[in-house]
Design a protein around this ligand. Structure first.
Ligand code: AMP
Length: 521
């Protein structure tokens, strides 16, 4: 018997919500995992972790396929007082070396076929033990767990103790490990349960990866704290999700989920109509996608905004206007302000500046990077998100883009979103990304990269002419490219750094014998 279930800050709350052990937690083709099963199996894993040498505060790195075992294992690490450290499954061994050196886990979990190579790496750099969640392997922690008791005394952890380290994607320099405490995760999941009206009757379609804050914390912790169920998908599957809608209540997705669902002719009111909520986040949802989804299904997608370091910050309201193109209002307990980047002075509504966040959801800093941590917090505790935004007349936050995506052309600030919105509104355009690349005269020159509709005869000149009638001249892209698709990561974020690399030479005068005819006059 667990003697003091409340002493583990996060899991104590999950345990309290799991009071009815016969209720379903995970529904999948392979069967149902009840809350009782979840408690038993995560206890067995927690015992196996302790047997493998885990002590409170030790890191456990997990680079493994999305499986039900992996979700139960995450809970076991929390129960055992460990620090969960998931890694994107796409990372190569060479990339993983940095994370292992930095996080210094005692245990690394990988898929069976990767055990030998990962163990060789760990022997060289850290000495961590490598195991797998897959069954039938000599180093299977799942097989080892079956021999352990289904009782575990949860390790006491308070709200400030670390529960997880999630590395940022590191598009500007080295990836940083965001230290997330039990209190960060619990307070955020509680706020989301409240504002999104979660109840034990909910069945959430879970098709997100679980190495990222969205699928691991937002989707999973909210379900657990509500005592609700999740319908498990190992990956996005448009037909499977559409078929699951009539028996489910909520979908959490990245914007790409919604564009892919819309591309499927089987999506209609009869499928989506009974769902109570569609949520989008992790990247901007096009207002057009919002409109098309509402037209097809009768459902207004609810957009929210968050990041690895802060968990979720804002959400459009459950009751009340869900405004396309905005990320809504601050969550209960969270404060948002928009400031002048250089001085940190708060700006009035309507002015674009740096989005800063404060609240119990905000992380305590970057793992072993005190300098970086100091740079990204204001003296009064607000975290400088790196996102540019403004607060509209109704108090809704509008994200204009990442600070690093801001274009400075001829000394003037240009917000890509403003130009992208104009382009996206043009007939024949699916979507666009606007970037700045080095320009010999202007510092940065603006490039528009556009995905056109099939069969559209729109060309770059027409785009430039259209924009010239609507935007100041310095904002009109000096080059326009049409592509089949924008480069995106697994969370649906457009990889602007990829585009900047691709078009880097666009406006540089060439020294060779091939003059660049695209250099504008
Ligand atoms: P990550 O840490 O991977 O979750 O990325 C966080 C970043 O994603 C934020 O700082 C924003 O730039 C972006 N982001 C997340 N949600 C939204 C949203 N609803 N609209 C626009 N950008 C978003």
């Amino acid at each position: 018997m667990t003697t003091d279930p409340g002493s583990n800050h996060l899991f104590g709350a999950i345990r309290a919500a799991a009071a009815d052990s016969s209720r379903p937690f995970i529904l999948s083709g392979a069967g149902t995992v009840t809350y009782g099963d979840m408690l038993d199996r995560s206890a067995q894993y927690a015992n196996a972790l302790v047997a493998a040498g885990l002590k409170p505060g030790d890191r456990v790195t997990v680079q493994a396929a999305k499986t039900i075992e992996c979700l139960l294992f995450y809970l076991a690490v929390i129960r055992a007082g460990g620090v969960y450290q998931p890694l994107n499954t796409a990372y190569t061994l060479a990339e993983v070396e940095y994370f292992l050196t930095d996080a210094e886990p005692v245990l690394a979990i990988v898929d069976a076929e990767g055990v030998a190579a990962m163990q060789a790496l760990c022997d060289r750099i850290s000495g961590a033990r490598v195991m797998t969640l897959d069954r039938g392997h000599p180093d299977s922690i799942t097989d080892a767990a079956t021999a352990h008791s289904a009782q575990f005394e949860d390790v006491a952890r308070n709200s400030d103790d670390l529960a997880a380290i999630l590395y940022t994607s590191g598009t500007t320099g080295r990836s940083k490990g965001a230290m997330l405490s039990h209190g960060n995760l619990l307070s955020n999941a509680q706020a989301l349960c409240l504002v999104w009206h979660f109840s034990p009757d909910d069945i959430l379609i879970h098709a997100l990866p679980i190495f990222h804050t969205h699928g691991l914390f937002v989707a999973t912790n909210v379900v657990l704290l509500a005592g609700a169920a999740l319908r498990f998908f190992p990956a996005f599957d448009a037909d499977g999700i559409i078929d699951a809608m009539p028996g489910s209540t909520v979908l959490m997705g990245v914007p790409t989920f919604y564009t892919r669902l819309l591309a499927n002719p089987r999506l209609d009111r009869s499928k989506a109509g009974a769902m109570r909520l569609f949520i989008s986040g992790s990247a901007p949802l096009l207002a057009e996608t919002h409109r098309q989804f509402a037209e097809r299904t009768g459902q207004a997608i609810l957009e929210r905004y968050g990041m690895t370091e802060t968990n979720m910050n804002t959400s459009n309201p459950y009751d009340g206007a869900r405004k396309p193109g905005t990320v809504g209002l601050p969550l209960p307990g969270t404060q948002i302000r928009v400031t002048a980047e250089q001085t940190g002075a708060p700006l009035p509504p309507g002015e674009v500046g740096m989005v800063e966040v404060h609240g119990p959801n905000v992380f305590s800093g970057y793992w072993r990077m005190p300098e970086k941590t100091r740079e990204e917090f204001r003296a009064d505790g607000y975290f400088i998100t790196g996102d540019l935004g403004m607060i509209d007349a109704d108090g809704y936050l509008v994200i204009v883009g990442r600070d690093k995506d801001l274009i400075i052309s001829g000394g003037l600030n240009v917000y890509p979103k403003e130009i992208e919105t104009e382009i996206d509104d043009m007939g024949g355009v699916v979507e666009s990304a606007v970037i700045g690349v080095p320009h010999d005269d202007f510092g940065e020159g603006i490039v528009a990269v556009i995905v056109g509709e099939t069969g559209s005869d729109l060309d770059g000149d027409a785009v430039q002419r259209h924009l010239a009638g609507r935007l100041a001249r310095f904002k009109v892209p000096k080059a326009v490219h049409f592509v089949d698709a924008l480069p995106r990561n697994t969370m649906g974020k457009v990889q602007k750094n990829e585009l900047r690399k691709r078009y880097d030479g666009e406006f540089r005068r060439q020294t060779g014998d091939q003059p660049d005819k695209r250099v504008p006059s």
